[in-house]
Design a protein around this ligand. Structure first.
Ligand code: GRF
Length: 194
């Protein structure tokens, strides 16, 4: 299976996905693309021998469709079977999502359906939740919605800040996403629960 990964920043989830694919030999990372040419993850991908592309979203202003038309060019050229969003911070239009219906994944740092959107860890702390975590789901036109393919839970500890909780969740993201992708490319939709 040919897998393309979209990132916006450090790409720590992308790195773990590529490492797992290369170690297990079950899929090929055909592209890592970012909406920011300065994304540190692009350099990491290049060092791992993965082709990269960067399409800066800023020149397009509010014209999401125009930005996505540009972003689609390197993605379609790579002919991916699966598209993984990994720390990708741009909202994608239904038109873009529909082109990858049933073959696009995203990782979100909360136990969906709780806390779609941003600032998930602070919201969990503010709500006094005893647990937090992350979710891998199929991407649908509704933001942070879609069939859940995996979840990992972590305890909220006394004195946790959004930063300490985010760090604890990120460790689980790095375990969850590769486990989900392995099943996904094998056609297995049984949720991974960690
Ligand atoms: C992290 O906050 C992670 O929880 C979320 O995206 C952010 C960056 O992840 N998935 P990455 O290091 O770029 O993969």
């Amino acid at each position: 299976k040919r897998v393309a990964i979209l990132i916006s920043g450090g790409g720590s989830n992308m790195v773990r996905l590529v490492e797992d694919m290369q170690a297990q030999g079950y899929a090929a990372p055909v592209l890592v693309a970012s909406n920011d040419a300065a994304a540190a993850g692009l350099e990491k991908a290049a060092r791992m021998g993965v082709p990269t592309a960067a399409i800066d979203h800023r020149p397009f202003g509010k014209d999401r469709v125009a930005f996505e038309a540009e972003l689609l060019k390197p993605i379609l050229a790579a002919e991916p079977d699966v598209l993984c969003l990994a720390g990708f911070m741009r909202v994608l239009t239904p038109g873009f999502v529909e082109q990858f219906a049933g073959r696009m994944l995203n990782i979100h740092p909360s136990l969906l359906p709780k806390y779609p959107g941003l600032h998930t860890h602070q919201r969990a702390l503010d709500a006094g939740d005893a647990e937090a975590g992350c979710t891998v789901h199929e991407v649908t036109p509704v933001l942070d919605d879609g069939p859940i393919l995996g979840q990992a839970r972590v305890p909220v500890e006394p004195g946790d800040t959004a930063e300490t909780l985010a760090a604890r969740v990120l460790v689980m993201e790095h375990r969850l996403y590769p486990a989900v992708l392995r099943r996904y490319v094998a056609g297995d939709r049984t949720p991974v629960l960690l």
